[in-house]
Unconditional design. Structure first.
Length: 295
């Protein structure tokens, strides 16, 4: 068992092949705990969060963020995850309790739950006037294939994407993580084919992580005799960017009618963050004080 959430990046074949390998068990467990997700919804949300962490590891700017939205028309409803450039990520699924029986042993029905009639959208906010938005149709709703298709269509990078979440019988997350293998122009097809074969031989990534003690060990097992070099590492954690002050400012921007409506519905001036389910309670005096500060 790997004892922390992190990812490593490696390069092979004169940097023509890029690899990213991640372990995200604690983060997916925290997302499951906060949203009280079913087994299949945990797997779907966990795969999206894992992919977001891995894609987000390429963000450069201090305040850059990357969001993945997957909407396949299935009963899970849309799934989203947002990460920043410091390895903090959060995720949500619209219908966390939605579930479907699995059709084959050891394989959750993620594609059926998510649906296939829709799109995956990647939004990169790099602090420019407009965020970069790439949208591609879903292939299978299994997330891994859909992210690979996104890389191919939207970024012209042929990629092998493996994302896995192993859910225990008590619904806790036993293991989660992912692997990207990306071929840059000039990558040798024979090396790629050999590497692909070696990845397949290792079996599902979540099982592989479950029985390994570090990502460095997993990388060794995958690469075997192909020379490579580890070029980066990043710690990962489930962490939302909400907070009392931030939500107080949002509350203060509402009209008194809207605030009264919240108080009538909930019985108090209370709001819950969609991304992490944290509940924040405000007083009228606090909100009015912020409203008075406004020019
Ligand atoms: Zn939050």
């Amino acid at each position: 068992m790997v004892n922390r959430d992190y990812l490593i990046k490696a390069v092979a074949q004169d940097q023509q092949i890029r690899l990213t390998l991640s372990h995200t068990t604690a983060s997916v467990q925290e997302a499951h705990r906060r949203h009280d997700t079913s087994a299949t919804a945990s797997a779907a949300m966990g795969r999206v969060l894992t992919a977001a962490f891995m894609m987000g590891s390429d963000l450069k700017g201090d305040r850059d963020t990357l969001t993945i939205r997957v909407d396949g028309g299935g009963i899970s409803g849309p799934i989203g995850a947002t990460v920043d450039s410091h390895g903090n990520g959060r995720a949500l699924v619209s219908n966390p309790q939605a579930d479907l029986p699995s059709k084959s042993p050891g394989k959750l029905a993620v594609g059926d739950l998510v649906g296939r009639d829709g799109f995956v959208e990647v939004i990169k906010d790099l602090g420019l006037k407009q965020p970069f938005i790439g949208t591609v149709p879903l292939v299978s709703g299994e997330i891994g294939e859909d992210i690979a298709n996104y890389f191919l269509i939207s970024e012209q990078i042929p990629s092998l994407v493996s994302l896995g979440v192993l859910v225990d019988t008590d619904l806790s997350i036993r293991s989660a993580g992912g692997l990207f293998v990306q071929a840059l122009p000039g990558a040798d097809d024979t090396v790629l084919e050999k590497l692909e074969q070696q990845v397949l031989e290792q079996g599902p990534i979540s099982y592989l992580l479950d029985k390994s003690s570090s990502l460095e060990d997993v990388m060794k097992q995958i690469m075997q005799d192909i020379p490579y070099k580890v070029v980066g590492e990043q710690l990962l954690q489930f962490k939302c960017n909400c907070g009392h002050d931030r939500l107080a400012r949002i509350m203060a921007s509402l009209s008194s009618e809207e605030l009264e409506e919240i108080e009538a519905d909930v019985g108090k001036l209370e709001v819950c963050c969609n991304f992490c389910r944290e509940v924040y309670l405000f007083s009228w005096a606090e909100i009015e004080a912020i409203q008075k500060q406004k020019p």
